[in-house]
Design a binder for this molecule. Structure first.
Ligand SMILES: [Zn+2]
Length: 135
């Protein structure tokens, strides 16, 4: 339960009881906000949440992203905690091979599912390449 850490900077997170079964937290170091289900770790209750951070980048994109933009976004993930990146890449892969949700429902994105899936696929490939380069 207390193994939750910030996906961005790895700082330990402390959760406060919110409404219903949702617990919320804000990272003391970088300010990233998180929510999770009661009784579950952040990664276990990730349901939709590990994809939330990447989807924020494309809420206002109404056409396929350029390679430059993909590179830029991928670079911003490289310093994230590796435990998160592993889960995040797995989740993208699962969602792309076995779609379970409507990606454009996230914050009423203006783009199409095709744009969102093309983005996630290229983003995950790019991040994996960058990680290989870094290791
Ligand atoms: Zn943080």
């Amino acid at each position: 339960m207390d193994n939750d850490f910030c996906f961005k900077c790895g700082t330990k997170l402390f959760f406060l009881k919110n409404s219903n079964n949702i617990l919320s937290s804000e990272c003391e170091k970088c300010g990233q906000g998180y929510g999770k289900e009661k009784g579950k770790t952040l990664i276990e209750s990730r349901g939709n949440s590990s994809l939330s951070i990447p989807l924020y980048f494309i809420i206002f994109e109404n056409k396929k992203l350029s390679n430059e933009r993909i590179n830029q976004i991928a670079s911003s993930f490289i310093d994230y905690d590796k435990r998160y990146l592993k889960v995040f890449l797995e989740d993208i892969n699962n969602e792309l091979t076995n779609p379970k949700r409507k990606l454009t429902e996230f914050h009423d994105s203006v783009g199409s599912e095709e744009i969102a899936r093309d983005y996630l696929s290229r983003l995950s490939e790019r991040i994996q390449n960058l990680l290989k380069l870094k290791l």
